[in-house]
Design a protein around this ligand. Structure first.
Ligand SMILES: [Zn+2]
Length: 172
């Protein structure tokens, strides 16, 4: 397993639409392990493969780790098959948009299908933080960042903040 660097906006590689995984093989499982390692190393709760420069439809997530235990979940080729009309708003952040947190409204409940790391198909319904995280991570597979859901003004303020933070970091 290896911790891989996470791309940050406005890196054009984050805008790439990810391609489906055709076969869940050892290479895919290795990539998943790297994603989980990289997510934990960066203190994140979710990560899409494209964020480490691998535009494939894979996401990993762990919403339980703050209780001290690790319970990583993996979703290969995830698709949303249903969204509720009801929306829920959460303050979101992203490992690819560091130090920016903004409210985003998304479907409160969704139904998803995905393959697990053995290539087995599953379906389930999600609500709360899990529903929000899944939609956030699935957006990454389409090249969409959470700041793309903000108003033009809020997005440009967020991007300016991000550039400034990057410059400070580069300056030492
Ligand atoms: Zn993200």
């Amino acid at each position: 397993m290896a911790v891989r660097p996470i791309l940050t906006a406005p890196d054009p590689r984050l805008k790439v639409v990810s391609t489906p995984v055709e076969t869940v093989d050892a290479a895919v499982r290795r990539l998943i392990d790297d994603m989980v390692e990289s997510m934990y190393a960066a203190d994140g709760i979710g990560l899409a493969a494209v964020q480490i420069g691998e535009p494939r439809r894979i996401i990993v997530m762990d919403l339980d780790q703050r209780d001290g235990k690790k319970n990583p979940r993996h979703f290969i080729n995830p698709v949303i098959t249903w969204r509720s009309d009801e929306v829920a708003t959460f303050e979101e952040g992203c490992l690819s948009v560091p130090e920016i947190w903004e409210d985003v409204a998304r479907a409160a409940k969704i139904r998803c299908e995905y393959l697990d790391r053995d290539g087995k198909k599953h379906g389930f319904e999600a609500d709360g933080l899990l529903a929000t995280c899944l939609q956030h991570e699935m957006d990454h597979l389409e090249g969409i960042l959470f700041i793309d859901h903000l108003s033009k003004l809020k997005r440009s303020i967020a991007l300016r903040k991000l550039q400034k933070a990057k410059r400070l970091k580069d300056a030492g």
